[in-house]
Design a binder for this molecule. Structure first.
Ligand SMILES: Nc1ncnc2c1ncn2[C@@H]1O[C@H](COP(=O)(O)OP(=O)(O)OP(=O)(O)O)[C@@H](O)[C@H]1O
Ligand SMILES: [Mg+2]
Length: 279
């Protein structure tokens, strides 16, 4: 996908603090990719039959619709204050948040979300909207976990599958538009001896063609003897971004988001991108 197709970076907002962090991350990402930013709020109340206008006689700002308009306007203003030249639009779409955002995904370049929102379950590390959208979106999804930094490598986790190929391609593009190095990590739990050359072969296959397509991106490849989630969590501590893949469809396991993707979403010290493999 190239920036000439006009697809926007879409950010989902619910007025929460994590969503505001996502807005600032999304604004930066839109500038890096030379794309417009589209701020979207899924507005559930009309579907539930709740009156959304201010009651007769009440001030106009009393209504739920007005609150939704205000939170979208606040997000647009925050993004514009950070990135003055960025083209930004805001929209309220009636519907349940995950459905609204998944509906945006076929035409979005990227969807950006907070890790949590306004919801109540303190025990959740990642909110249900964020989890559903990362599992079902047709475009890559960036979750604003941990600390957003402008320095450090972009890390791609690979396992030799087609899934990790899509992750490496996304990571290389992300590294190029940041002027950052790409660090490709293959984690293999200890206790199982690798065939001589096996790891090196898998890593070489994972990055085949990448150096030619992204000649400006320095690439390092590493085999780490650790569990994948532990290795990627460790790598996230000084990274700008960690990128992992997921299945296009989950018929086999019924689980669209693999255990490594879920694990790193829960534990990463920096933002995480989950990239869908086409098909
Ligand atoms: N109504 C919404 N419209 C648009 N984006 C939303 C909406 N609700 C949540 N989001 C996006 O999803 C992110 C994660 O919020 P999520 O709702 O998943 O977490 P939560 O509210 O803590 O948990 P839950 O809703 O499962 O109780 C938010 O930071 C925001 O980016
Ligand atoms: Mg929520």
């Amino acid at each position: 996908m190239n920036s000439a197709d006009g697809a926007a970076v879409v950010v989902g907002v619910d007025g929460s603090e994590p969503a505001t962090r996502a807005v600032l991350l999304a604004a930066r990402e839109a500038v890096r990719r030379n794309r417009p930013l589209r701020v979207v709020h899924g507005f559930i109340w009309p579907l539930l039959g709740v009156p959304v206008a201010a009651p007769a006689g009440a001030p106009p700002h009393a209504g739920l619709r007005h609150q939704a308009e205000q939170l979208v306007a606040d997000a647009v203003n925050a993004a514009q204050a950070q990135e003055s030249g960025l083209r930004i639009t805001g929209e309220i779409i009636d519907g349940e948040a995950a459905a609204v955002l998944i509906g945006e995904s076929p035409t979005a370049a990227l969807i950006v979300l907070g890790d949590r929102g306004l919801g109540g379950f303190a025990s959740l590390v990642i909110g249900s909207v964020a989890l559903q959208v990362t599992a079902y979106a047709e475009c890559p999804v960036l979750v604003a976990r941990g600390t957003a930094r402008d320095t450090g490598p972009v890390v791609a986790g690979v396992d030799g599958s087609a899934l990790s190929r899509a992750a490496v391609e996304f990571a290389a593009e992300a590294a190029s538009c940041r002027g950052a190095p790409l660090r490709v990590v293959y984690a293999r739990p200890g206790g199982r001896a690798a065939q001589a050359g096996e790891e090196e072969r898998l890593l070489a296959e994972s990055v085949a063609g990448i150096a030619e397509r992204w000649p400006d991106v320095p690439i390092t490849r590493e085999a780490v003897h650790a569990r994948p989630v532990a290795a990627l969590t460790e790598a996230s501590r000084d990274a700008q971004l960690v990128v992992v893949g997921r299945q296009g469809r989950g018929e086999l396991s019924g689980l669209l988001l693999g255990s490594v993707s879920q694990g790193i979403l829960h534990r990463s010290a920096c933002p995480v991108a989950v990239v869908r493999t086409p098909g």
